[in-house]
Design a binder for this molecule. Structure first.
Ligand code: 13P
Length: 134
């Protein structure tokens, strides 16, 4: 499974703790991230992560492109709903594409944990079927 990890600045400590807590699950998958998030998670866990550009410089768009070409299976995007982002249109585009392509997406820690439990229990095998269709 290809999993994207993205966190706005105020949510990065939460993302790092999340990745530490679930690294045993995450390490079995192909991980992608926006630039700064990926570097922080890698530094804290040693997980191998393909890092795209930083979000404001196009990282959200790069992950969106993977979604549009059916190459992303799950997105954990810890958004900061209380801070305006200079690249809000990119953020909205990523959320929109996740809905267009029905990609499981968690935008907060509680949802992200539920997705991790589902992943651990093999609830995403349907993505293998969808991936093979394209
Ligand atoms: O801004 C982001 C997502 O919209 C995150 O980008 P960084 O991980 O590069 O900080």
């Amino acid at each position: 499974m290809k999993i994207a990890l993205i966190a706005h600045d105020k949510k990065k400590p939460e993302m790092v703790n999340f990745a530490i807590a679930y690294q045993d699950i995450l390490k079995a998958h192909e991980l992608y991230a926006t630039g700064t998030t990926g570097k922080k998670v890698n530094a804290a866990t040693g997980l191998t992560i393909h890092c795209f550009q930083s979000g404001p410089l196009g990282g959200d768009q790069q992950i969106g492109a993977m979604i549009a070409s059916n190459e992303m299976d799950l997105v954990i995007f810890l958004r900061d709903p209380l801070t305006a982002q200079p690249h809000e249109p990119d953020v909205n585009a990523l959320l929109r594409l996740s809905d267009v392509y029905r990609i499981p997406l968690a935008t907060n820690l509680a949802s992200a944990e539920i997705l991790m439990f589902a992943l651990k229990h093999g609830e995403f095998h349907w993505r293998d079927l969808v991936s093979k269709e394209s």
